[in-house]
Ligand binder design. Structure first.
Ligand code: GLU
Length: 311
């Protein structure tokens, strides 16, 4: 990644926070929520909430409600209705049908073990690069398990507001990727693109762990004739073992009772020093001040930071 000037932020700006309800809201998700919220509000924009429960097996009952209550407790104010992905499968289906008609996607019969036997190359996600076995059609007697999107063999680039110039050759680094999984679930990549466009989101702010997904999402937008938002990928919070905070790494829930003390830590994590007098104020006072000082230019362009100051 090089530093290069990102395109101007669209006005009016519309941002969003799109957590997956796989556990409680932890410090890592609070950082992403805070960064996207401050960015939208500092630009007099709107901030939307979307529950990304498209991956049903990973969804924990009650987690979405818990996240909303926690965000409310920290004084986040969202615009409009909260969108729930599990109620929007018709939209994802319609997009897939359109891509089937356009020949953008193809059925794939490969199991994980067949891909492992046929591929030696790793993808950016740490998995195996799909070797393109079913690209030219299913072999005789094989049945479709999933649907994959064809990706081009050329470098795609975009300028991220935090990370600078990003480049990826989708075919060499990712491979044709799955939009409808063998277990019948729509892939995150498809759902996020449909919903960002349907909600008119034009300023995506999220964790840098999703930087490598962005070229896929931009390609999908191009296939579907949808606009491409601006992107800002924030540093993610890692534990002392260098792992991103998540349910899998037993990240603790943040507690709204800690109010501006925790919000101050999240803001400092994003490169904004917080004076002592702003650490113990009402959340309303904290937000008023934080919106006035927020600048995406201060956010460090790193992939992960250990939060020494985390409460
Ligand atoms: N649902 C994703 C997560 O919780 C975020 C997706 C996005 O912001 O595009 O990691």
């Amino acid at each position: 990644m090089d530093k290069a000037s990102p395109p101007a932020l669209p006005a009016p700006c519309r941002g969003r926070f799109a957590p997956s309800p796989s556990g409680p809201l932890h410090f890592g998700s609070l950082v992403a929520a805070l960064g996207s919220y401050l960015d939208a509000r500092a630009h007099d924009g709107e901030w939307l909430l979307r529950i990304e429960d498209v991956d049903q097996p990973r969804t924990v009952p009650g987690a979405a409600d818990g996240m909303l209550r926690t965000l409310e407790g920290f004084g986040f104010e969202w615009d409009g209705e909260v969108i729930i992905q599990s109620r929007r499968f018709d939209l994802y289906h319609a997009a897939l049908v359109r891509m089937q008609l356009d020949g953008d996607v193809y059925p794939c019969a490969c199991s994980r073990s067949e891909i492992a036997a046929a591929s030696r190359l790793s993808s950016v996600d740490g998995g195996l690069l799909y070797p393109g076995t079913c690209r030219a059609g299913l072999a005789d007697g094989k049945a479709a398990r999933s649907w994959r999107l064809r990706v081009p063999d050329r470098e795609s680039t975009f300028v991220d507001r935090v990370q600078g110039q990003a480049r990826q050759n989708l075919q060499r680094e990712v491979g044709d990727f799955v939009l409808l999984r063998a277990d019948g679930q729509y892939a995150y990549q498809l759902a996020v693109v449909i919903d960002d466009a349907a909600q008119g989101v034009n300023a995506v702010v999220r964790g840098v762990d999703l930087l490598d997904s962005t070229a896929r999402q931009i390609w999908l937008q191009q296939c579907l004739g949808l606009p491409t938002p601006s992107y800002a990928h924030l540093p993610v919070v890692v534990n002392s073992a260098g792992e991103k905070l998540s349910k899998q790494t037993q990240a603790k829930a943040v507690d709204p009772a800690d109010g501006s003390t925790v919000l101050a830590c999240a803001l400092e994590f994003l490169g904004h020093p917080v004076p002592a007098e702003m650490r113990d104020v009402t959340v309303a006072d904290f937000w008023r001040w934080a919106i006035s000082v927020w600048s995406m230019e201060r956010v460090p362009a790193v992939r992960g930071i250990f939060p020494a100051q985390r409460p």
